[in-house]
Design a protein around this ligand. Structure first.
Ligand SMILES: *Cc1c(COP(=O)(O)O)cnc(C)c1O
Length: 361
């Protein structure tokens, strides 16, 4: 068996220890005589998996008691609608910052349900940085203020959160969840698709402050109703059982093998630094994101020559570094170095880039 270094933006690598544990438990989960894939979601054996996953989320992320953790489906993209349906119910207004494609999609979706305002945008610079904010643009009566924390396509991240006063801050954290500690109490709601740092595709995590669980808009489908989902332990219908189980294994890996989110962050910073240091010293490759806003999860870069970019993508793939092609809206390359990417994978990629640079001067 030979495994590649997978730099996919999502779905992406899972920790090898997690895959091995899942394989070992595949046919007979802890003496139950079944795979987790086959279990009734109401059975005691699965309910234990669910409860352990819930407890681990709280422990690993330090989630305060007055927040609910929901295990939903539909991906982060469903939350683009669910957030306004559930939260935009007092003044009917919400403010959005456009820092990339996903935040723009979220904004456009929310515009179908109420009065949304784009308070800042970095579109004119092709989202190469987090836009500057003018707090005078913020509406104090907005029901919430939405940001996308880590911009997966462009490789930028919010290093400092906006001060929204009493307006609840809502963040899409799909591509940075569990990459470092987050002070959950600063947010009204956090959401993420699981397929980058948490589990296989199919699970969506919503962390929501309890006082925001009210009556959603009349038009809200039951499956999008946070209150219904919270009251039913995310089991109003069949939950995504298998991704919930893998997310439990991933959280155990962070807690026991890595040593928690502070350690996870140290490791992620070391990996990103290795790549950024090389990009800053290279005469061939150049980073795309503004230095001040660089992400530790997604690293975007170009050679400045489209043909050479294509050659790099082909040769790196042949050498076992896969999915390095950048998103079409940025071009060039993108190395997504989520939690599961080992430090060795990044070090070997940098070695490969050095060799490519020498051969293509
Ligand atoms: C991947 C991603 C999404 C889309 O997630 P889906 O689960 O495919 O809907 C949204 N936002 C961000 C920041 C992402 O990285």
């Amino acid at each position: 068996m030979s495994r590649v270094y997978n730099f996919s933006a999502g779905p992406s690598m899972l920790p090898e220890a997690v895959l091995q544990k899942a394989a070992a438990e595949m046919m007979d989960y802890q003496g139950s005589g079944q795979s987790v894939m086959e279990m009734s979601h109401r059975s005691k054996v699965f309910m234990d998996v669910y409860q352990e996953a819930q407890a681990l989320w709280r422990e690993v992320m330090g989630i305060p008691e007055n927040y609910k953790v929901l295990f939903l489906q539909g991906g982060a993209s469903s939350q683009f609608a669910a957030v306004p349906m559930n939260l935009m119910v007092k003044s009917g207004k919400a403010d959005y910052v456009l820092s990339g494609q996903f935040s723009t999609k979220a904004y456009k979706e929310a515009a179908r349900y109420g009065d949304v305002k784009a308070v800042a945008s970095s579109k004119e610079d092709n989202f190469s940085h987090i836009p500057a904010l003018d707090p005078k643009e913020f509406r104090p009566d907005a029901d919430y203020f939405h940001i996308c924390m880590n911009n997966t396509i462009y490789g930028t991240v919010w290093h400092q959160l906006p001060d929204t006063g009493s307006v609840p801050l809502v963040a899409d954290i799909s591509s940075c969840i569990l990459s470092k500690p987050i002070d959950v109490s600063k947010f009204g709601l956090l959401y993420a698709g699981a397929q980058k740092n948490v589990a296989p595709a199919g699970l969506t995590i919503v962390i929501v402050r309890e006082d925001l669980l009210g009556e959603p808009m009349e038009c809200t489908p039951t499956m999008f109703n946070y209150k219904t989902m919270a009251e039913n332990d995310s089991m109003y219908n069949t939950p995504p059982c298998w991704p919930i189980y893998i997310c439990k294994l991933v959280l155990e890996w962070i807690k026991n093998d890595i040593g928690g989110l502070e350690k996870m962050e140290e490791r992620n910073v070391r990996k990103a630094q290795l790549l950024y240091d090389f990009l800053d010293s290279s005469s061939l490759f150049k980073g795309c994101a503004d230095k001040a806003d660089r992400s530790i999860m997604n690293v975007t870069f170009v050679t400045g020559d489209k043909d050479l970019d294509a050659k790099f993508v082909k040769e790196s793939t042949d050498a076992g570094f896969v999915n390095l092609k950048g998103h079409r809206s940025v071009g060039g390359m993108r190395a997504s170095i989520y939690n599961a990417m080992p430090e060795e994978g990044v070090a070997k990629l940098v070695e490969f880039m050095k060799k490519f640079e020498l051969e293509n001067k």
